[in-house]
Structures are given as structure tokens and as C-alpha cells.
Design a protein around this ligand. Structure first.
Ligand SMILES: Cc1ncc(C[n+]2csc(CCOP(=O)(O)OP(=O)(O)O)c2C)c(N)n1
Ligand SMILES: [Mg+2]
Length: 1026
């Protein structure tokens, strides 16, 4: 693959004498009933001198005549008509004039006829040429970016397709594209309404048209927008880039820009000087990122934005923290000290992953602005949906329904932006009603390399930004070595977001001065590129030289600015040496004011009852069984379901869906916002939930009874998501970060689908608190169960979640009996439950909010139990005083004579119902006890101990329907052994080890089931092994 920027026949720069000169004042002129303003008119030196009457004061008159003729050729005298036609058709100066025909009689008719004959061919040419000009304008708008000077290194790694770029006047063989040739350059053309290059002029000579198009589209900025299918938006962009003089900046703006460039550049230099062998993923080669971000923030603040949530990768992150978010420099510098002691529990994280939250005054607008940079893992782009979710939540909590007060900015590397699928998933959320954040500004640090990999082997698209086209986001490519151009596009990007509330991309085409990190040798893999980079003058040097030459700053001012910043850095460095302790809390990106005590501890460590008064259960049950709006026709099948619910309420029982309703409804009533998101969650994959009712007669008329529980309730959001797990789970996690006072749930369609969101689970949910001292109460609902449906759709992979619990399986926790449960919860990294009853599911959801701290909750949820006649709970199990049961002991005949019990079978979830059925069939319900472990993690050591002590003569069996190397066995076994102090063995009854989670053969499934049930109840099954 080689560089394919086809040479283009460029036009010579237009010289001073060729340039249009204005000679008269702008004046209004009525056209088609509307007032239009004409800028000073133009005349051309050459043609003026050749036509003797076109001089001095008469030129005003001629110009007026000309405009009138352009509007309507019949509105001027025939002689002028012929003159203008000839002039426009390129007749040489001096020959365009023909003396006017005599007035009246036959002579007039003759002259008219002659004019018609002469004008006709010219007219055709005129139309053709105008059409050609229109095509030319459009060609620049569509493909101007192909030849824009975007690459500071000018090594052009972008591969456009093989076709030549048809811009300017171009001759291929004998043929001129567009039918225009050099002889047309001085002809004047009326501009199409789809361009703004004329400013307030509606006609221009071709030479000027091309020159202006080149200025607009082929300099340091390349604009990709013509794929946008909205005329108003296209016109808006054209206007922003085509209007003459748009790229002019005031002295003050230039000086501010220079100061920002100084800070950005000198920050990296300072770090390099002090810690030359530390990794920092410096910004060298893209220093204009800092003014870019600051411009976006300034402009957005000007437009009313009060809070900006940012996500970014490693590159330049410390610089952004220092110079954009304004983290104290000493706090950054002290992170380079390896002797710093950690003040907080947990792993902490490296300095270029930590987050930050800061409220300050924006100096340009003098308004308050809150900036937060989200902590993130090394996994590139994983933070994108998290930022979106947090932004959505902040918008939601402050009633910002249009994204006018809260917005997000996402930064990307070129390789990651093109390569990571979550980028695409995140873009697809951008315009969905329950997920939109009303426009994100994306900034790509496009250094044309990813670690050691060249873009030519790293992506198939021309640009790394092509993914943004799926949502019709405009893309502004800009040469990052031209800071003014960068500032300009960032202003436009922020304005675009404020105007259309849609995503926009700024592609900073730059380079990476060093290796991937400061220790890497880039010449190993990018020899030619780096030879070029070594020759490259730094952007600050180039820009300061420009401003010095222009006289915009003096050398003294410039040097003082540098000295001033160096001093700031040195002083901060001196202060940083006093820091002995690292407080990760100081790097929190989402503080929860008022939720904890001042020392960051929970306000209470007691566990309140999660039960509800009967009237409340009845009231919520009534709402769940009704259609609380008038004239709403629901499906007949649904009427039956609602009737069934009403019957259950009458009988004081709940099934799974009703238990969930009770939990949600009561929390909403108590003021907790609930958001349930995931694929098909509104109805429920298994058609059990029906939280959104659809009018069968009116399209898109819906009713959400959960929002009719009480007048002062919190709002309930239930939303079917796009078919994404990584993006959507990340989004919900971000939503849950914003506030502890919301129950945010994500449901996988089937539990196994969570693995496409594994990164969010492994990198954020599981270790989030340990890495970033940030709690999160997100709930994952993962349908699970071996039901003969084949290897897929069966397993939520509980073993993976269990394996990542931070609890020690070999140590019995030393907590007091009263505090055992809550202390365990407080210490764990997440909670994993598999409830076997609707009441327990109800309680665990309520506990999630009523406890005074937040932990992620993983719920292994049932499928067949949703309709299992025995999987119902009495209201008695949900009344005040009742709690979530971490373990449900056997309450049957075994209790009468526990000494006689020969076996305790411990299990969890749905298999309990299979075990009890089998026990009934076998009639040994006085010799085998069955205990359900409902909360797997933290493991209820204390309650398991009660059971093992209760049945001193029983052997211990763990029974599961999952395969032996899956499910819970490996997790539970050592914990059971610890509970009994390793005095009794733990036997296994379940499926054998396997690679797939389940068989695809229904008959085999049933045989396997019967086999392990036999083992569970065969009291001799393990005698040989003991
Ligand atoms: C998901 C993921 N895969 C791989 C990596 C390892 N990695 C770290 S940086 C990097 C290159 C990133 O290139 P680019 O996105 O262009 O950013 P740059 O470093 O050039 O600024 C890679 C592959 C990672 N961090 N995350
Ligand atoms: Mg890169």
C-alpha cells in the first residue's frame, strides 16, 4: 500500500491584481420580494480598462445593471443583455460591447432576432458552466479533506480509494473535468445556494471560487460532513467553514492560545526533566490537545453547560488533569514518588488511570463549571459507555432533558477508536431515548500509530474516525500543528453540540514524538516516520515563531510566560515532597455528598427489616394488576395475566414478577429512582414482567403502571436497550455511579450473554472499589438454569463471579453474631445471590437500597421458576420484621429428630425444587435435610454452621445441576470445609465436568438430572470414597 493522494491540478494562488476589489458600499436590493444585502461590488482591472465606459463613477451604474441582469436578463436594455452574455461567455475584454440596436420598427426586430441567435449558444454554455461550478463546489465539500494538509509529518498514511481526487481544474488526457478550463477562470459565476464562500456576494469569478474553496476545505482542516442526511445541518457546517474570514482570531485569543500551548508543552518537559525514566504516556506531538479541550469547555460553558464528564485513555492524561481539570500539581507530582504510602484499603491504581472531580470557575466565562474525569482501566475505550451513563444520570437528576447543562467529552487514540467495538456500541446509544446524552464531543489524538502498529495494518477504513458516520456525526480532521485551526474546529464542535445536540468528532492529526511510552524505542518499528519526527519542530516553537513574526506577542512576554509556568511547576514539586501518604479518595471522580459520614464511613451498620406493611403490598399488587389510565386497550392475553396477579394478591401470595413489582414499587414510593435496562426488559424475555403496557389500538401509546403508585413517588425508567451488552452494561454502571440513591439494574437476556460485557465486569464492577475507592450498587440480573435448552442460554457462569470474590475461603470470619451479615457485606467486593423464592428476591432488592453502603449485586435469576407453582411466596414472608434470608434451612420433618438425619444436601437456586420433588418421591424427608444457600457471596458461614451443628450425624453433600467444573462447587466446598473445621468431608452430587455448560440433547439432559438426583439421595453413594 502506498500513498495515494493523487496529484491534483492546483491553481496558482490568485495575485493581488486578480483579486476582487470592492468599490462601493453595501446596499439593500429587493429581490423576489425579499430584502437582500449586497456587499461592495467587484470589478476586474483587466476588463474595466478594456471597456472604456466602465470606469469611474459609471461603474456603480454598471454593477447595478449587472446584478439586475443576473436576476432577470430582460430587466435591462437589450444592449446590456448582449454585453453581459458576451462577457460571461468569455469574450475578450473590449469586444463584449456591441452598439445598441436602433429603436423601433423592423430594425429593432432584426436586432432582437440577431441577439437571440447569438445568445442561444452562449446561454447553453452558461447553464453548463454554472452546473459545472456547482459540481465543483460540491466536490470540494465532499472530498476537500482528501487533499487538506492534515498531516504535520506529511507522510500521508491515509489510503483513499484508487480513484483520482477531482478537485480544482483538472485535465485528464484531453478532457477537462467539469467542462471548465483555464480560459473560464475569470468568468463570473452565480454561486449555488449550497455554498457560503461568497459571503454576502452571490457571484464570483471562477478563479476566486476555487481559491475560496481551497481555503475552506483544503488547508489545515478537512471536514467530513456531506454524508449527513439533514440539509439544515449541512448548511450550518458549510457556513462555518466557507464564510470568508471565519478563521480570524483576536490578539487576545491568540495570546491565550499561546499560553495554553506553553503550559501543555512545558508540563511534559518538566516531567521528563524530573522523572526521565518514568512512564507517563506523554503528549509530545499533540500538545494542542490541551487548548483543544479548553476551547470546547469554554465554548460549552458559554452556552450554559455547568458540568462536563470526561473519559480518556493514557495519552496526555496527566497533562489533562493538570491543565484542563486543574488537579493540584503537587498531587500529581507526588504520584511519581515510589515511597508514597497508601492511605486507603484496596489495590489503588496507577497514576494515569485515576479519576478526578473538580468544581471551579471557568476563567473565560466567569461561570461555575464542574469537570470530572472518570477513572478507567487500561482497557481502551471501555470507559466510553460508563461516561455516557454517568452523564445521562446527571442530566436526569438535574432535570436537564435536552443536555443543556451537562455534557460529555470523550477522548480516543486513533488505533483504539477504530479497533474497539465498544466505540460502535456507544455511538449507537447516542440517539436512543433512554440513553442519549444529547451529543458528545469526541476528540481523537490521532498520532498515526498504535503502540508499534501502523494504521495501514490496523484498520480498513481511511480514517480512524469512520465509525462516527453511523450516527451522522460530522468529523473535523485538523492538523494539530496548526493550533489556530484546532481552536477553530473545537469552537465549531462545541457549537454544533449546543445547536443540534448530536455527537461530533474532532480528529487531531498529530504524531507521537517518543515511543509508546517514554521507555520505548520507536525506531525499531517506525524507522521512516521517526526520522521525520526527529526533524520536526515542536508545535509550540512553530506557533510562537508565527506570533512573534506577526507581532502578536513580544519575545519578552513569551519568555516570561515560560518562566512563570516553570516556577509554578518547581514550587509544586517542592511541595509534593512533603506528601507522604497517597489518598486515593482525593482522586474520586464521583463523590456522593451526604451519603457517608464525614470520615467516609457508612452512617449505620445495622440491617433494617426490608419487609412492608400488608396494605402496601396489597396496594402495589393492585397497581401491578391494573391499567391505571382511561380508555386503554390491552391485549387479551395480558388481561389474563393481570387477572392472575389480582388473584394472587387476593390469596396473599406473590410469584417472581409480583415480588419484583413489590420491591420496585415500594422503593419508588420511598423516593428511590429505579432504572431497569437491558434487552426486552420492558416485557421481560420470558414474558413475565409486563412493566410497559401497549395500547392495542393506538400506535406507540403506552402505559407504565409502576409510575402510578403514589403521587410523590420517584420516577421509574424501564427501557429496552440496543442489542449490546458491553455498551449497555457500561452505561448502567456509569448511571449507578452518579448517585447512591437509585436502584440501577441491568438484565442480560440470558445470563451467558454477560460475557460480551466481561470487561465491564472484570475491570469496573468487581475491583472498582479496590482500585478507585468508589462504591457502586449496580444490580445484574442473570437468567440461569439447566432446562434442556442446550449449551447456550443455560448458564450465567456463576463460577466466574464466585471466583472473583475477595473473601478468604479458608478462614472463618470473626465478627459478632449481630453484625456478622452486615460486616461481611461491607467487606466484600460484590454480593452474589441465587434466590429460590420471590420473597427473598424482593428482600434482596430492597436491601440493596436500605443498607448504608453500596456493593454490586449479582443475581442469578430463574427461568422456569418464574411460573413454577411452588415458587411462590406468602405475604407473610414480606411483612415488617422479615429480612432477606441468606440461607433457608429445611423446615420439614427433619427438624423433628435432627440426630436421625443422615445427610444434609446444600444447594442453591432452582435445583432445590428438583431435590424436594425427588425426596417426596422417595419418601426420605426425615433422613435427608435440604438447605438452600441463597447468598453465595459473602458466604453465610454462620448460618451454614447452625445447619451443620443441627445435624451432627449427617454427611455433607453439595448438590448442583451445573457441571462439576462450573457452577458453585469449587467455591462452596472449601467454605463448607472451613465451617466444619475440616472435620467432615464434603461430597458432590451433580453433573460431571464438561467443556460446554449443558448438553444439546433433551433426553441426555433428563438422564443426567436423574443420575445426580440419585446420587444426592443414595445414602451409600459416598461410602466407598470415605
Ligand atoms: C482493549 C485494549 N487492548 C490492548 C491494549 C494495549 N495497548 C495499550 S496502548 C495501545 C495502543 C493504543 O494506540 P492508540 O489508540 O492509537 O493510542 P496512542 O497510544 O497512540 O495514543 C495498546 C494496544 C489496551 N490498553 N486495551
Ligand atoms: Mg495512536
Amino acid at each position: 500500500m502506498q500513498r495515494l493522494r493523487t496529484t491534483v491540478a492546483r491553481l496558482r494562488p490568485i495575485t493581488a491584481t486578480q483579486t476582487v476589489k470592492s468599490q462601493s458600499q453595501a446596499r439593500p436590493m429587493a429581490v423576489g420580494g425579499a430584502l437582500r444585502t449586497f456587499e461592495p461590488l467587484r470589478s476586474y482591472t483587466t476588463s474595466v480598462s478594456a471597456e472604456p465606459f466602465l470606469n469611474g463613477t459609471s461603474s456603480n451604474y454598471v454593477e447595478e445593471m449587472y446584478y439586475a441582469w443576473l436576476e432577470n436578463p430582460r430587466s435591462v436594455h437589450k444592449s446590456w443583455d448582449i454585453f453581459f452574455r458576451n462577457a460571461n461567455a468569455g469574450v475578450s475584454p473590449g469586444s463584449a460591447y456591441q452598439s445598441p440596436p436602433p429603436l423601433g420598427g423592423a430594425a429593432l426586430e432584426l436586432a432582437n432576432a440577431q441577439a437571440m441567435v447569438e445568445a442561444q449558444p452562449n446561454m447553453e454554455k452558461l447553464v453548463e458552466d454554472h452546473l459545472a461550478v456547482q459540481s465543483l463546489v460540491r466536490a470540494y465539500q465532499v472530498r476537500g479533506h482528501h487533499i487538506a494538509k492534515l498531516d504535520p509529518l506529511d507522510i500521508g498514511v491515509i489510503d483513499f480509494d484508487e480513484s483520482p481526487v477531482m478537485l480544482g481544474l483538472k485535465k485528464v488526457g484531453e478532457k477537462w473535468f467539469y467542462g471548465l478550463d483555464e480560459s473560464d477562470l475569470d468568468k463570473v459565476f452565480r454561486l449555488p445556494t449550497t455554498t457560503f464562500i461568497g459571503g454576502s456576494e452571490s457571484v464570483l469569478p471562477l478563479r476566486e471560487i476555487i481559491s475560496r474553496l481551497e481555503m475552506a476545505y483544503c488547508q489545515s482542516i478537512g471536514v467530513e460532513f456531506m454524508f449527513i442526511n439533514d440539509l439544515e445541518q449541512c448548511q450550518w457546517i458549510r457556513q462555518k467553514f466557507e464564510r470568508p474570514g471565519v478563521m480570524q482570531f483576536t490578539l487576545e485569543e491568540k495570546r491565550t492560545l499561546l499560553t495554553r500551548m506553553v503550559r501543555s508543552t512545558k508540563f511534559e518537559e518538566f516531567l521528563q526533566r524530573k522523572w526521565s525514566s518514568e512512564k507517563r504516556f506523554g503528549l509530545e506531538g499533540c500538545e494542542s490537545l490541551i487548548p483543544a479541550l479548553k476551547t470546547i469547555i469554554d465554548k460549552s460553558s458559554m452556552n450554559g453547560v455547568e458540568s462536563i464528564i470526561m473519559g480518556m485513555p493514557h495519552r496526555g492524561r496527566l497533562n489533562v488533569l493538570a491543565n484542563v481539570i486543574h488537579k493540584e500539581l503537587d498531587q500529581i507530582f507526588c504520584q511519581f514518588d515510589s515511597n508514597l504510602e497508601a492511605a486507603d484499603e484496596g489495590s489503588g491504581d496507577v497514576k494515569y488511570h485515576l479519576g478526578m472531580w473538580h468544581r471551579r470557575i471557568n476563567r473565560v466565562t466567569d461561570r461555575n463549571i464542574t469537570l470530572s474525569l472518570m477513572a478507567n482501566p487500561s482497557h481502551l475505550e471501555a470507559v466510553d459507555p460508563v461516561v455516557q451513563g454517568k452523564t445521562k444520570a446527571e442530566q436526569f437528576y438535574c432535570g436537564d432533558t435536552e443536555g443543556k447543562r451537562v455534557m460529555s467529552i470523550l477522548l480516543h487514540g486513533d488505533a483504539a477508536f477504530a479497533g474497539q467495538g465498544v466505540v460502535y456500541e456507544t455511538f449507537h446509544l447516542s440517539d436512543l431515548p433512554s440513553y442519549t446524552t444529547h451529543g458528545t464531543v469526541h476528540v481523537v489524538v490521532n498520532n498515526q500509530v498504535g503502540f508499534t502498529t501502523d494504521p495501514r495494518v490496523a484498520r480498513s477504513s481511511s480514517y480512524p474516525t469512520d465509525v462516527a458516520k453511523v450516527v451522522n456525526a460530522p468529523i473535523f480532521h485538523v492538523n494539530a500543528d496548526d493550533p489556530e485551526a484546532v481552536m477553530y474546529v473545537c469552537n465549531v464542535a462545541a457549537e454544533w453540540r449546543a445547536t443540534f445536540h448530536k455527537d461530533v468528532v474532532v480528529d487531531l492529526v498529530c504524531y507521537r514524538r517518543n515511543g509508546h511510552n517514554e521507555m520505548d524505542e520507536p525506531l525499531f518499528t517506525q524507522p521512516l516516520m521517526y526520522k521525520q519526527i526527529k526533524k520536526q519542530k515542536g508545535v509550540l516553537q512553530k506557533y510562537s515563531e508565527k506570533l512573534l513574526a506577526e507581532g502578536a506577542v513580544s519575545r519578552q512576554d513569551y519568555e516570561e510566560e515560560i518562566a512563570k509556568y516553570d516556577k509554578i511547576c518547581e514550587e509544586a514539586h517542592a511541595r509534593s515532597k512533603d506528601e507522604k501518604i497517597l489518598h486515593i479518595k482525593h482522586w474520586l471522580d464521583s463523590p456522593w455528598p451526604g451519603f457517608f459520614n464525614v470520615d467516609g464511613q457508612p452512617k449505620s451498620m445495622t440491617s433494617r427489616s426490608t419487609g412492608l406493611p400488608e396494605e402496601e403490598l396489597v396496594h402495589i399488587g393492585y397497581i401491578a394488576s391494573s391499567v391505571p389510565v382511561e380508555d386503554f386497550t390491552i391485549h387479551r392475553g395480558l388481561s389474563r395475566i393481570l387477572k392472575g396477579r389480582a388473584t394472587m394478591v387476593g390469596q396473599r401470595v406473590c410469584d417472581w414478577a409480583l415480588g419484583e413489582y413489590m420491591a420496585f414499587g415500594s422503593l419508588l414510593k420511598e423516593g428511590t429512582h429505579i432504572r431497569l435496562s437491558g434487552q426486552d426488559v420492558e416485557r421481560g424475555t420470558f414474558s413475565h414482567r409486563h412493566h410497559v403496557l401497549h395500547d392495542q389500538k393506538i400506535d406507540r401509546r403506552i402505559c407504565i403502571p409502576m409510575n402510578h403508585i403514589s403521587p410523590n413517588q420517584a420516577p421509574y425508567t424501564v427501557c429496552n436497550s440496543s442489542l449490546s451488552e458491553y455498551g449497555v452494561l457500561g452505561f448502567e454502571l456509569g448511571f449507578a455511579m452518579a448517585s447512591p440513591n437509585a436502584l440501577v439494574l441491568w438484565e442480560a437476556q440470558f445470563g451467558d450473554f454477560h460475557n460480551t460485557a466481561q470487561c465491564i465486569i472484570d475491570q469496573f464492577i468487581c475491583p472498582g472499589q479496590a482500585k478507585w475507592v468508589r462504591q457502586n450498587g449496580i444490580v445484574l440480573l442473570l437468567p440461569h438454569g439447566m432446562e434442556g435448552m442446550g449449551p447456550e442460554h443455560s448458564s450465567a457462569r456463576p463460577e466466574r463471579f464466585l471466583q472473583m470474590c475477595n473473601e478468604d475461603p479458608d478462614t472463618y470470619p470473626i465478627f459478632s453474631a449481630e453484625e456478622f451479615a452486615v460486616r461481611q457485606l461491607y467487606d466484600c467486593n460484590w454480593i452474589i445471590v441465587n434466590c429460590s423464592t420471590p420473597a427473598n428476591y424482593f428482600h434482596v432488592l430492597r436491601r440493596q437500597i436500605l443498607q448504608a453502603f453500596r456493593k454490586p449485586l449479582i443475581v442469578i435469576t430463574p427461568k422456569s421458576l418464574l411460573r413454577h407453582p411452588e415458587a411462590k411466596s406468602s405475604f407473610d414472608d414480606m411483612l415488617p420484621g422479615t429480612h432477606f434470608q441468606r440461607l433457608i434451612p429445611d423446615s420439614g420433618p427433619v427438624c423433628e429428630n435432627p440426630e436421625a438425619v443422615k445427610r444434609i444436601v446444600f444447594c442453591t437456586g432452582k435445583v432445590y425444587y428438583e431435590l424436594t420433588r425427588e425426596r417426596n418421591n422417595r419418601g426420605n424427608d426425615d433422613t435427608v435435610a435440604i438447605a438452600r444457600i441463597e447468598q453465595l457471596s459473602p458466604f453465610p458461614f454462620d448460618q451454614v454452621k447452625v445447619e451443620t451443628d443441627r445435624y451432627p450425624n449427617a454427611d455433607l453433600v453439595w448438590c448442583q445441576e451445573e457441571h462439576k467444573n462450573q457452577g458453585y462447587y469449587d467455591y462452596v466446598k472449601p467454605r463448607l470445609r472451613t465451617t466444619v473445621d475440616r472435620t467432615r468431608p464434603v461430597w458432590y452430587a451433580g453433573r460431571g465436568p464438561a467443556a460446554a455448560p449443558a448438553t444439546g440433547n433433551k433426553a441426555a439432559h433428563l438422564v443426567e438430572l436423574q443420575r445426580f438426583l440419585d446420587t444426592a439421595f443414595n445414602l451409600d453413594a459416598f461410602t466407598e470414597q470415605s
